[in-house]
Design a protein around this ligand. Structure first.
Ligand code: PGA
Length: 249
């Protein structure tokens, strides 16, 4: 059976001081349970400090983005080796905010995914349809394109990734996909993974749901057969609600 994995995406929130306070509260409130993993993804500026707080706890550290190159003239960018140095084990890639606001494409997400895997980071690769795409029944097509595009040519590493299905219309809106709506897309993603890397690899990949997951809807979403965790935005910014989602898992 796959374990559950709850990750907090803090986005562009928390100064170092605020991040340390939240990480400290999470560390003291977190009790590790078999079959449930947890991670937090603070902004770059707080990774070092949060990593130091979480050292020795079972809560892992992740970043929200990285560049595909090892190093070089890429002003404003951060490489995988720099994230590893700060204790990151995860990196979120291709979040819909990066795709829509910062021009990321399936091709660039694929390059980053390959680079993350090569460096030894676990990528959390995000996919999801917009409201217009859902209304015009384009969800399957869009998800298929994003999965095949973002996860091309991973070879034997396909089973080392995490996928986050995040319907864009549910992110930060308070609207959540119903458990059945989410499960339908998660099952589709699992089928696409079979085509990409075979049944055994597909069964290993953790597929998180993201989009207004909260303590009061987490249990039902997480009880769906192909929903293996959550990528949490708003509800990850407070220790109580994030810990409650972990407990639901
Ligand atoms: P939300 O964000 O939980 O605030 O909807 C999720 C995400 O964007 O990862």
């Amino acid at each position: 059976m796959r374990s559950k994995f709850i990750a907090g995406n803090w986005k562009m929130n928390k100064t170092v001081a605020d991040a340390v306070a939240l990480a400290t509260a999470l560390k003291s409130g977190f009790s590790a349970k078999p079959g449930v993993a947890a991670a937090v993804c603070p902004p770059f500026t707080a990774l070092d400090a949060v990593g130091k707080v979480l050292k020795g706890s079972a809560i892992a550290l992740g970043a929200q983005n990285m560049h595909a190159s090892k190093d070089g003239a890429f002003t404003g960018e951060v490489a995988a080796s720099m994230l590893l140095e700060l204790g990151c084990s995860y990196v979120i890639l291709g979040h819909s905010e990066r795709r829509t606001l910062f021009g990321e494409t399936d091709k660039s997400v694929n390059e980053k995914t390959q680079a993350a895997l090569a460096a030894g980071l676990t990528p959390i690769v995000c996919v999801g349809e917009t409201l217009e795409q859902r209304k015009s029944e384009q969800t399957s097509r869009v998800i298929t394109e994003q999965v095949f595009g973002s996860l091309a040519e991973l070879g034997g590493s396909l089973d080392k990734i995490v996928i986050a299905y995040e319907p864009v219309w549910a992110i930060g809106t308070g609207l959540t996909a119903s458990p059945a709506q989410a499960q339908e897309v998660h099952a589709l993603i699992r089928k696409l993974l079979v085509r990409l890397g075979g049944e055994a690899a597909a069964q290993k990949v953790l597929i998180q749901y993201g989009g207004s997951m909260k303590p009061d809807n987490a249990r039902e979403l997480l009880s769906q057969p192909d929903i293996d965790g959550g990528l949490i935005g708003g509800a990850a910014l407070k220790a109580d609600s994030f810990l409650a989602i972990i407990n639901a898992a």
